[in-house]
Ligand binder design. Structure first.
Ligand code: GLV
Length: 326
C-alpha cells in the first residue's frame, strides 16, 4: 500500500517516528521558510501539510493542492491560512491551543516588566560603560505593583496574563465583544475599549488578527492612552498600526512599548521603530520555552496523523468540515 505524503515546512522539536510509520515524510530543512514556488510544488502532491505561521497558505495554493486532506499548523494563531478556502475544499485545519498559554503569558509579563523597569535600556547603559555610580534618578520607571492592567481580549492567554497580575496586586480591566464568564476567577472587570485605553497604566493585547482587529491600536487609540502608559503586544503585529506606534512613542503620547510581533516579520532593519529607546522588540518568542515548543510540535503531529487517517482533528479550527466534529 502506498503511504500518504506529508510535507513539513521546517524541522520541528518532536519525534517524527509515529508520523513516519503512517506517511512518507519530507521536511524542509533550510533556515528560511520554503519559497512559495517550493510550497506549490510540494503541496501539489501532498496529502498532509504541517506548517508554521511564517508560511502563507492562500486560496491559490490550496486550489493547486488536489490531494490535500489536512493542514496542521504548529501555532495557536492561524491568520496566515485562508481558512474559508480550506473549509470550502473540505480540508480540516489543526492548530495548537492551550499548550502555549502559560509560556506566552509568562513572556508577556517579561516584556511588561522589562519595559516598565527599563531592563533593556539598563543593559545597554551598562555595556556602553555609562554606569559610574548609583544615582537616585537613574532609569526610573513606573511601579508595576498596584497599577492598572488593561487586557484587550480575555481569551486563554489574556486570562493567564490577568491571573499573574493578582500577585502584583493590580487592578485588572478587560474589554472584548462581551463580558467573559472567566473574568471573576481572574479578578478582571469588563469595560469599554475606550475606558480601558483611558484608564490602564499597562495595555496588553491578546486578540487574534482578523479584519476587525487589524490596526485596532491606531492614532486614535494612542491619543486616548495616558502619556505614562506602556503598550505590550504578544498577539500579532497587524493589530497595531506601526506608523502610529512610532508617532506615539516619539511624541510622548505613551511612555513605552514592548512588542514581540511586528508587521511584517521580521521587522526590516530600516524600520524607524529600531531608532527608539523606549521600545523593546523581540523576535516572536511568546511560546518559546523548550517544553512548550515540544508540546506544540507533538500536538501538530497528532492533528496531522488524525487528518491523514480521516479522523476528526483533536484541535480543529474549522470543525464545520465534519458533521460529527464537536
Ligand atoms: C504564536 O504566535 C502562535 O500563534 O502560536
Amino acid at each position: 500500500m502506498t503511504l500518504p505524503t506529508v510535507f513539513i515546512t521546517r524541522p520541528i522539536p518532536a519525534s517524527l517516528d509515529a508520523l513516519s510509520a503512517v506517511a512518507t515524510v519530507e521536511v524542509w530543512t533550510e533556515r528560511q521558510p520554503p519559497p512559495v514556488e517550493v510550497l506549490r510544488e510540494k503541496m501539489a502532491i501532498a496529502d498532509g501539510l504541517l506548517c508554521l505561521l511564517t508560511d502563507r497558505i492562500d486560496r491559490a495554493l490550496l486550489q493547486a493542492s488536489p490531494q490535500l486532506k489536512v493542514i496542521s499548523q504548529m501555532a495557536v494563531g492561524y491568520d496566515n491560512i485562508d481558512i474559508a478556502a480550506a473549509t470550502e475544499r473540505g480540508i480540516p485545519v489543526g492548530h495548537t491551543p492551550g499548550v502555549l498559554t502559560n509560556a506566552t503569558a509568562d513572556f508577556t509579563w517579561a516584556l511588561l516588566m522589562a519595559a516598565a523597569r527599563r531592563v533593556v535600556e539598563g543593559d545597554r547603559f551598562t555595556r556602553a560603560g555609562l554606569w559610574q555610580t548609583w544615582e537616585p534618578d537613574l532609569l526610573l520607571g513606573p511601579e508595576v505593583s498596584g497599577a492598572t492592567l488593561g487586557i484587550v481580549g480575555l481569551g486563554r492567554i489574556g486570562q493567564a496574563v490577568a491571573r499573574r497580575a493578582i500577585g502584583f496586586n493590580m487592578r485588572v480591566l478587560y474589554c472584548g465583544q462581551h463580558p467573559s464568564a472567566a473574568a471573576p476567577a481572574v479578578n478582571a472587570d469588563f469595560v469599554s475599549f475606550e475606558t480601558l485605553l483611558q484608564t490602564a497604566d499597562f495595555v496588553s493585547l491578546h486578540v487574534p488578527l482578523t479584519p476587525e482587529t487589524y490596526h485596532l491600536i491606531d492614532d486614535r487609540a494612542f491619543s486616548q492612552m495616558k502619556p505614562s502608559a506602556i503598550l505590550v503586544n504578544t498577539a500579532r503585529g497587524g493589530v497595531v498600526d506601526q506608523a502610529a506606534l512610532f508617532r506615539a512613542l516619539s511624541q510622548g503620547q505613551i511612555a513605552a512599548a514592548a512588542i514581540d510581533v511586528t508587521d511584517p516579520e521580521p521587522l526590516p532593519m530600516d524600520s524607524p521603530l529600531l531608532t527608539l529607546d523606549n521600545l523593546i522588540i523581540t523576535p516572536h518568542l511568546g511560546s518559546a520555552s523548550q517544553q512548550t515548543r515540544t508540546k506544540m510540535a507533538q500536538m501538530a503531529i497528532a492533528n496531522l496523523i488524525a487528518g491523514l487517517q480521516g479522523s476528526p482533528l483533536p484541535h480543529c479550527v474549522n470543525p464545520e468540515v465534519y458533521h460529527a466534529c464537536p
